[in-house]
Design a protein around this ligand. Structure first.
Ligand code: CTP
Ligand code: ZN
Length: 160
């Protein structure tokens, strides 16, 4: 155990081992890992091979979460929603233990059909066939139909 360095990288690598093929979602805001799993629809019941580090030391932030999913790549829709709860996340695609692709998530100007408005009176939540639409703000999202702003509980709006 090396207590002399101030770079958390070695620490968390001891904690969450490398994967062979799949996706590493790194630099997730501390505490958001379970919401990342919710966005990816991972509940463990389909036998998904997933490793999670929560609140592990990081050189970029004080603490970060990290999610490693074996045998899976993410769709652009999934990455778009991830960007809302993990705006600084890095998506790493791993093949044969090597990172072959790395990119930062980008916050899209708006997301369609992925979040449900929490306002029961909103036209997008009624019987009408209206696809939800949220504009992405600096902090949070705003329903394009009723103007409701959600800042902290974005993950709870994810359509299932
Ligand atoms: N990783 C993994 N399995 C692999 C390769 C990499 O789980 N076979 C993880 C690493 O542990 C790291 C992330 O994927 O958390 C990115 O790997 P890498 O680019 O090698 O690390 P860094 O250079 O530290 O990445 P960054 O600069 O984005 O922080
Ligand atoms: Zn609304």
């Amino acid at each position: 155990d090396d207590h002399d360095h101030h770079d958390g990288k070695d620490d968390h690598e001891l904690r969450v081992s490398k994967i062979r093929d799949g996706t590493v979602i790194d630099h997730v805001r501390g505490g958001q890992a379970l919401n990342v799993l919710a966005i990816l629809g991972i509940d463990g019941n389909e036998g998904e091979e997933v490793s999670i580090g929560m609140n592990v030391p990081s050189d970029r932030f004080a603490r970060k979460d990290i999610v490693k999913v074996e045998g899976r790549e993410l769709s652009q829709d999934e990455v778009d929603v991830l960007s809302l709860i993990a705006p600084d996340a890095t998506i790493n695609i791993v093949r044969e233990y090597e990172v072959i692709e790395k990119h930062r998530v980008e916050r899209p100007p708006a997301v369609d059909g992925v979040l449900t408005c929490p306002n029961p009176a909103c036209i997008s939540t009624g019987d009408e066939p209206v696809t939800s639409r949220f504009e992405v703000l600096e902090e949070g999202v705003r329903c394009s139909y009723c103007g409701t702003i959600v800042r902290d509980e974005i993950a709870s709006l994810i359509e299932t």
